[in-house]
Design a binder for this molecule. Structure first.
Ligand SMILES: [Mg+2]
Length: 402
């Protein structure tokens, strides 16, 4: 009996992701743009419509290259306020669907619809209703993947794009996953993809056929284990509704050799960059900035500063951290620094915060959004702040609890 119950249970995790979000908002609001290639962002491509994607234009591509590929494209400036309003309306539909919503970014979320069968029907029906409601209430196309794990739901929505719905049933996970190209695996960017293809590994099924040890020797410990687990669809993460982490942080070991103040400052800038990027992708803003230091004698110190308005803006957070670093300079000079960490606390929901004015095309938020887009596509090391050029990346690890 128990086994029967397990067999008939449905995949219950939805990954809902708006299609070409910024570009779709532009096409919705200006009928002249509909059915035509649209590029949002003149410098770096922040988003592009499917008509532009058909010419080879991609998110995070340079504007000049995009215009060469697609000379007939219409380039529009981003309107962040319109996108934020659309995001709020879409998340309202998510929350009416189920209380278990985990926002991932401005335009995507995981939803757990387990236990809603009697009220709302099967997960596939719930997903169909959700797509229709988003279309009716916001005029935007959205793709939904339904699967037993978060990872697979996200893969399914990517495969189903645009304006699609894909359901991966319990028991059908590997049959769906294994024929896909390796690039569908979360974490496989151009570098890993090239390495795998060099060994003739082109599909997820081929990755699954390798032992973990072979993958580790090919890609390193972290990436090897990660891909081994994903290729077997091992992803135990639950949907975490309203996850409210107290703070988001990162730290970097500096080693025992004495660092120049400039080197410490460059490390801090890289940490601020990383932390604010994580905040933005989690849709969070924060007010309390903390600098943590460990000295050569293993003693520790921390300093914090609370800024006027919650933000995830890199330059604003970095300015606060630099102020703290200047205050700590005498202590650093005296005791020698071996580890530096920063964290941002007092976190709130970034989607409900009024975006900062002025909102010209060169605003900090748009620069941040452009850099995020480039990194999402090409990996974290693709863009480096000027202060870091020529330095090896320092070892980073998750922030340790106090
Ligand atoms: Mg999207």
């Amino acid at each position: 009996m128990c086994e029967n119950l397990r067999v008939t249970s449905d995949a219950s995790i939805l990954h809902a992701d708006l299609d070409a979000f910024y570009a779709s908002v532009e096409q919705r609001d200006d009928p002249r743009l509909r059915g035509r290639p649209v590029i949002v962002g003149g410098g770096v491509v922040l988003a592009c419509s499917y008509e532009a994607k058909a010419c080879g234009v991609k998110t995070a591509m340079g504007g000049r290259q995009a215009r060469v590929l697609c000379p007939q494209a219409i380039v529009v400036e981003p309107r962040m306020r319109a996108y934020t309003a659309a995001s709020r309306a879409v998340f309202e539909v998510f929350r009416q669907t189920t209380p278990l919503v985990e926002g991932i970014s401005i335009d995507e979320a995981f939803l757990d619809v387990r236990g809603l069968r009697k009220v709302s029907g099967r997960p596939a029906d719930i997903a169909a209703v959700l797509r229709r409601q988003v279309r009716e209430k916001t005029g935007l196309p959205i793709t939904v993947g339904v699967a037993p794990t978060k990872f697979l739901a996200k893969v399914a929505s990517a495969v189903g794009k645009p304006d699609g719905l894909i359901v991966v049933p319990v028991g059908g996970e590997l049959a769906f996953l294994h024929p896909l190209a390796v690039e569908r695996l979360w974490g496989v960017g151009p570098v890993t993809s090239a390495k795998l293809r060099q060994f003739g590994i082109t599909t997820v099924g081929r990755v699954a056929g390798l032992g973990e040890a072979a993958l580790v020797s090919m890609l390193g410990v972290a990436a090897g284990r990660h891909l081994h687990a994903l290729a077997h669809n091992r992803d135990p993460r639950p949907v975490q509704a309203g996850r409210r982490r107290g703070s988001i942080g990162a730290q970097s070991a500096l080693g025992r050799t004495r660092q120049s103040p400039e080197a410490v400052e460059a490390t801090v800038a890289a940490l601020a960059d990383r932390v604010t990027r994580r905040m933005r992708s989690a849709g969070r803003v924060g007010r309390t900035v903390m600098l943590r230091l460990r000295f050569a004698d293993f003693s520790r110190a921390s300093r914090s500063h609370t800024i006027a308005r919650p933000t995830a803006h890199t330059a604003t957070i970095l300015e606060a951290v630099r102020g703290l670093l200047v205050q700590a300079q005498p202590e650093i000079a005296l005791r020698g620094i071996t580890l530096v960490g920063i964290s941002v606390g007092n976190l709130g929901d970034g989607r409900s915060v009024q975006l900062e004015l002025p909102f010209g095309p060169a605003s900090g938020e748009e620069l941040d959004a452009a850099l995020d887009a480039v990194r999402e596509r090409f990996g974290s090391s693709a863009v480096t702040r000027a202060a870091l050029v020529g330095r090896a990346p320092s070892l980073e690890m998750p922030l340790l609890p106090d």
